[in-house]
Write a protein that binds this ligand. Structure first.
Ligand SMILES: *Cc1c(COP(=O)(O)O)cnc(C)c1O
Ligand SMILES: [Zn+2]
Length: 422
């Protein structure tokens, strides 16, 4: 295999999250000593000496402006699909509706495949190619499938994508179109993941969320970096983030911690609020029960992109929730669709079900009085509404008329007040 070269970054090695053992930056994902999960470790002195606000601002308009803080970086940061620098949108009408002071929406629907997964896939596939992999693969709840297929296509890699067979048809079509081998598995995500772990054991394929997972998960830190940079190098007081495996939630927290540690921002780590669906809320349940293990559940929710019953980073998510003064809530199916509609009506942003979960948790926090009047809150809207149209199809009903003014006026008379200019 021919490895692509990358440019050096501040990454030093892989470190076991359980016992602290360090390994070189290879294709390992479990500790050789205790089988604990591995994460990327950085040389803090190198970062402190090289990374400044100015060095970041001088970088490319994509996640690669933060390359020094990532495990790998392309030689040419303009190659491939450009990911990141998604809009940070002030949401005054949403804030007003909920009686809150300052709410911002980090709009991740603006990425190339319309979800935040493009961040993690960009980083994972860059590292996979540096390690000599020519085949990309993944176990997906939907958005990862689409992103892996697209980024593999852009990089000229072959891809194999495994999804639960009951996935939304929008996501199946939007994945297969990139020319991947799309495998629909008769089972839920946890079954798909188990199969992929077996396949990864004896195939020279980069499963982005299995054998190159330590690199994959680092991509989510860029959401924290962008949040701070787009708020003029300051931190929000509170963040609301959806949780599936818990990787996104814990890595956004890690990104803020790193910025504070390097002196790139002042203040304190935001309160981190996690968002799950009641139909798949194992981390929220553990939080509520005050315990520090996560009991697996069988997912049953319209928020399919969050439907991981046995979340790999669940226990780390509990630490973040408790350590930052945040929390983890789970919302009902009705609250999810209400959340989608509320966000759309007050911001003009149409989110998939995961964003409905996030918006519904924001609503809960506001109603419970958990958010102070002066707090600056950021909600992470991680995927596009066009991916899960069926979830809200029955909320939308056009007024059907014959093409006459009379018919129009008769139809809208009982519908809503219409001002006619005379
Ligand atoms: C994958 C995903 C998440 C969160 O995933 P984690 O496994 O917790 O990192 C959130 N929202 C959407 C839309 C997703 O696709
Ligand atoms: Zn270990």
């Amino acid at each position: 295999m021919t490895a692509v070269t990358g440019r050096p970054t501040g990454a030093r090695g892989l470190r076991c999250k359980e016992c602290g053992e360090e390994l070189p930056l290879g294709a390992s994902y479990a500790c050789e000593f205790c089988f604990g999960p591995l994460e990327v470790a950085y040389d803090r002195d190198v970062l402190a000496a090289t990374v400044t606000r100015e060095s970041i601002e001088a970088g490319p308009p994509s996640i690669w402006r933060y390359a020094d803080l990532l495990p790998c970086a392309p030689e040419d940061p303009t190659a491939g699909l450009p990911v990141g620098l998604s809009p940070m949108v002030r949401a005054p009408r949403l804030a007003e509706r909920l009686g809150l002071g300052e709410v911002w929406v980090k709009n991740e629907t603006a990425n190339p495949t319309h979800s935040f997964k493009d961040r993690v896939v960009s980083v994972a596939l860059q590292k996979a190619r540096e390690l000599g992999y020519e085949v990309a693969a993944c176990a997906s709840t939907g958005n990862l499938a689409q992103s892996v297929a697209a980024h593999a296509a852009a990089a000229g890699m072959t891809s194999y994508v495994f999804v639960p067979a009951d996935l939304e048809s929008q996501k199946i079509i939007a994945t297969g179109i990139y020319g991947c081998t799309l495998v629909a598995v008769d089972g839920n995500y946890d079954d798909v993941n188990r199969l992929c772990m077996e396949l990864a054991a004896d195939r020279p394929w980069a499963f982005v969320n299995v054998n190159v997972r330590p690199y994959y998960s680092e991509g989510s830190k860029t959401l924290a970096y962008e949040t701070a940079e787009q708020l003029g190098w300051s931190l929000p007081d509170r963040c609301v983030v959806p949780i599936a495996s818990g990787s996104l939630y814990t890595k956004i927290h890690r990104g803020f911690t790193e910025l504070l540690d390097l002196g790139l921002v002042d203040g304190r780590v935001p309160a981190m609020n996690g968002a799950q669906a009641q139909g798949c809320g194992p981390v929220a349940a553990a939080y509520e029960a005050g315990i520090d293990f996560v009991a697996p559940v069988r997912p049953e929710t319209i928020a399919k992109s969050l439907a991981i019953g046995n979340p790999a980073d669940g226990i780390f998510a509990l630490d973040v929730a408790r350590g930052t003064g945040g929390g983890i809530d789970a919302v009902s199916e009705d609250e999810i669709t209400e959340g989608i509609a509320l966000l759309a009506e007050t911001t003009g942003i149409f989110t998939e079900t995961a964003g409905g979960v996030t918006t519904a948790v924001l609503t809960r926090l506001a109603e419970r009085g958990d958010i102070g009047p002066d707090e600056r809150v950021v909600i992470y809207i991680t995927g596009d509404g066009l991916k899960t149209l069926d979830a809200v199809a029955d909320r939308v009903e056009p007024v059907t008329i014959s093409p006459t003014v009379d018919a129009f006026e008769a139809a809208v008379a009982g519908h809503r007040s219409v001002e006619v200019l005379s």
